[in-house]
Design a protein around this ligand. Structure first.
Ligand SMILES: [Zn+2]
Length: 76
């Protein structure tokens, strides 16, 4: 793992602080050929209620798929 990889991981950890779920906060940095192409953190998709308003659901079943959904959506 390179120093650059460690920096991206550090950024992902910091981005997790922005997560809006009170169960788990996760950040992500998507890197391609050594360059960040997108980043994000967990939370409600735009226009949908946050976890505190809908009990962590958008139809997510934690018994089937785990505690909380994690999405990484990006475009190049
Ligand atoms: Zn949640």
């Amino acid at each position: 793992m390179t120093n650059k990889d460690l920096v991206f991981l550090s950024i992902a950890g910091t981005l997790g602080d922005l997560g809006t779920c009170d169960r788990k906060q996760v950040g992500a940095v998507i890197v391609r050929e050594g360059r960040c192409i997108t980043w994000g953190y967990n939370g409600a998709p735009p226009g949908l209620p946050h976890c505190s308003e809908n009990n962590h659901g958008w139809g997510w079943d934690p018994d089937k798929w785990g505690d909380d959904p994690v999405y990484a959506i990006g475009g190049i």
